[in-house]
Design a protein around this ligand. Structure first.
Ligand code: FES
Ligand SMILES: [Fe+2]
Length: 423
């Protein structure tokens, strides 16, 4: 349970708010690289941390990210002409480069110096891991660029996608760091003892703080297969990584991999979830067929989307197409798609969950640790200090893992060498 003031502090992300300023100390995912496929192509509208922006791929392939409104008389830059390394407002022709400088002002006399005085707000960008990243904080505080393992895996061994979530980012992040719900919400085989997570619904949790956030280990006793141990990482401010090396039916997965999400606030009440998966090693390429199967299992395959959007067809307006018969006989929720199940539960809490009304139990240890770290980090930023998670020395190397471990051995022995990046 949180005090109302703490809940506000953690969930508001606009400029000048404590969490908003915290998010503005990190490079953040602004869009998928595939949303801007061609140089001089059509710009896209983005809303990031409550700010309306327009992104475009310039003539040289670099990405411009500027205020959605022209600094002249606030016309929409979205309709602008993307040409010769800049975006030109179509109201009076003022043109801005990616740094925000006004490079042409054809509506003023040729000898006017006015254009040297006008800028459009612009944020730096770079592209890596199939994602366009931006830094929206004070320039003098810009941290090193992120370089997580999944960003280094080649495109042939990686999946990256994005899904709209109609709720505050913290509901999504807390869901991602809550291992216990997967035995319930994501139980796809009611009563089936072969389904590993049916065998122990109350995992033991160990949370270990680190300079990027924490790692945590969940241990389930799964009978004849011994212990099922899964290592997750929380990378501040809103990323989760976890092992998906094993199959949910026991043994190794056919395509062993690691996966995770980043919850990027659109504004206080809406989120884009970036979904990553990357192969355990070069021996396991991710084929387009497998990528499709994985995305569909999570409820976000191409057929699951409202065409041309990042929104799912199974959503709040149709109760996620819950099937009550299926819920009685086949799956715990009766909702198709692992992440669709998450959205049903998280969006249904309301746009911003009222955490003053909660009753947290022992299975919520990781959730509590997340909130503590975020609250401490907002204090650090307010005091002019750097938050955790901006030092590449550690976040470059973190790798999650999961496996079955004999009951008489300790997982740390067994996992040796598996928790360091291989890409
Ligand atoms: S409003 Fe953009 S050039 Fe005038
Ligand atoms: Fe989930």
């Amino acid at each position: 349970m949180l005090k109302a003031e703490e809940n506000e502090r953690l969930t508001r992300v606009g400029p000048g708010t404590p969490a908003g300023e915290l998010f503005r100390r990190y490079w953040q995912p602004a869009a998928l690289a595939s949303e801007l496929p061609e140089a001089d192509g059509a710009p896209i509208r983005l809303r990031l941390l409550g700010e309306d922006l327009v992104a475009y791929r310039a003539t040289d392939g670099s990405i411009g990210l500027v205020d959605a409104f022209c600094p002249h008389r606030r016309a929409p830059m979205f309709f602008g002409r993307n040409e010769e390394c800049g975006l030109r407002c179509v109201y009076h022709g003022w043109k801005f480069d990616a740094s925000g400088a006004c490079v042409d002002m054809p509506s003023e006399p040729a000898d006017s110096l006015f254009k040297t005085k006008v800028r459009i707000a612009a944020y730096p960008t770079f592209e890596a891991g199939g994602v366009i990243w931006t830094y929206m904080g004070p320039p003098e505080r810009e941290p090193p660029k992120p370089d997580y393992e999944w960003m280094r895996a080649p495109a042939t061994h990686r999946i990256i996608s994005k899904t709209f979530e109609n709720a505050n980012y913290l509901q999504g992040l807390e869901g991602g760091l809550d291992t216990s719900h997967s035995s319930f919400a994501h139980n796809e085989r009611l009563g089936d003892r072969n389904w590993i997570r049916n065998r122990d619904g109350a995992p033991r949790l160990d949370v270990n703080r680190s300079d990027y956030g924490y790692s945590y280990v969940s241990t389930r006793d799964v009978g004849e297969d011994g212990l099922y141990v899964r290592v997750y990482h929380y990378v501040m401010p809103a990323q989760q990584m976890r092992g998906s090396v094993t199959s949910l039916m026991g043994g190794r997965a056919e395509t062993p991999k690691l996966d995770g999400h980043i919850w990027m606030p659109i504004d206080d009440e809406h989120t884009f979830v970036y979904n990553m998966a990357w192969s355990y090693s070069g021996d396991y390429p991710i084929t387009p067929e497998y990528a499709h199967e994985w995305e569909s299992m999570n409820g976000r395959g191409v057929d699951d989307h409202i065409p041309g959007t990042f929104q799912l067809k199974r959503n709040q307006t149709n109760d996620y197409q819950i099937d009550r018969q299926r819920q009685k006989t086949q799956t715990f929720t009766g909702i198709i798609g692992i992440n669709t199940q998450d959205y049903a539960l998280q969006e249904g809490m309301g746009p911003i969950c009222d955490r003053t009304q909660e009753h947290l139990g022992t299975s919520d240890k990781a959730i509590i640790a997340t909130r503590q770290l975020l609250l401490e980090a907002t204090d650090a930023v307010a005091a002019g200090e750097a938050p955790r998670g901006i030092d590449p020395a550690t976040y470059r190397s973190v790798r999650p893992y999961d496996d079955y471990v004999p009951r008489d051995s300790h997982w740390t022995e067994h996992f040796k060498g598996e928790l360091l990046a291989k890409w």
